[in-house]
Design a protein around this ligand. Sequence first.
Ligand code: BGC
Length: 404
Amino acid sequence: MHKKFPNGFFWGAATASYQVEGGIENTDWAKAARENRVPPCGRACDHYHRYEEDFDIAKELGHTAHRFSLEWARIEPEEGKFDREAIEHYRKVISALRERNLEPIMTLWHFTQPLWFSESGGFERNDSPEIFARYAEFVTKELGHGVTHITTMNEPNVFATQGWINGEWPPFKVSSKPWQRSYTGQVIKKRSKISALKNYFLVMKNLADAHVLAYKVIKSTQSHTKVSIVKHIHVYLRPKGPLNKIRALFSNYLQNHRFTKRVYKYTDEIGVNYYQASQYGNDITDKKTDMGWNFTPEYIYDALVLMKKYKKPLFVSEAGLADHDDSDRAEYITKQVAATLQALEDGIDVRGHLYWSLLDNYEWALGFEKRFGLVEVNYETLERTIRPSAYVYKKIIEENSVVE
Ligand code: BGC
């Protein structure tokens, strides 16, 4: 019999503005969609107009917290000009959460950038930390009193890796790795690859500075706010062979620790986004999610352990899977929650658990096909249907423990 989670442990799910709201046209992603480089997002789940209905569902499912993000491009559509209507909208969103006793966990920026910002260089700009901090300050002044938990940014490493190393997301700075050859066998122009890599490190530095500056302005505006960073944590299991060992050590440092080391002194909490574990040189599991990712919910334990050394309260800010027919989600959630409870029992300070995601949504460059939601969305009718696994999660929340 498992022990219980502590009283006040928060339970819920997460969403991100661009992935669910719909109707956002002034971002780098919307522009990339117009250029046919990524799928269009369109009205998505129309969550912008249906957030109350969606929060009713979260409440019905027993949730006590909800992580959502603000769309920076709505709030600051032109450089330095802030939009009143957008702020009023998010004020209503926060009130709607509070009315339902859902603790708002607010992310200031989740991947998509206002077009004026990305077009003028985005996080390659030397003044990008100041620009981001100005936005953070404005938002905190306007909305901060209604929110205790503010995350500055979501997964900085994933943002920079996808944009500057893999080249799959805006700004598509490189389309192949530096050591690859083109399809004609020519070595790809070294200079451009190296400069993309150089810019990756520049972007990572600016993101770290942006977080630290934002932390300072948020705290000086609202000292009671708990400011966090949300980090994607990939668990690299110890491989065989010296070369693979070096690769694993390097990847673990680059993806999990390098950024965290730079910013942890300026965080009150750390959000852990966990999706999978892997091992170089070995396919560790036959079972895969619909993303083709390893089905490894139990290794969330290791992800939490990896962040222990920063001595900050942790929360699971995202964890979940794409599973179109809901055949594996209940098992995944149960194992993931059991491993989180084990981490707590082993002395790791975990304060909450947010499943990704409340709703099916726009899965970035893969469009709408992948189904992460506790709630299924019919994109034709926008009808919401609660999946059976959501009730398994509800039972866990009600028991405040793992239900086998
Ligand atoms: C991101 C989400 C994304 C999820 C599944 C996380 O990296 O924060 O926006 O949908 O993973 O890929």
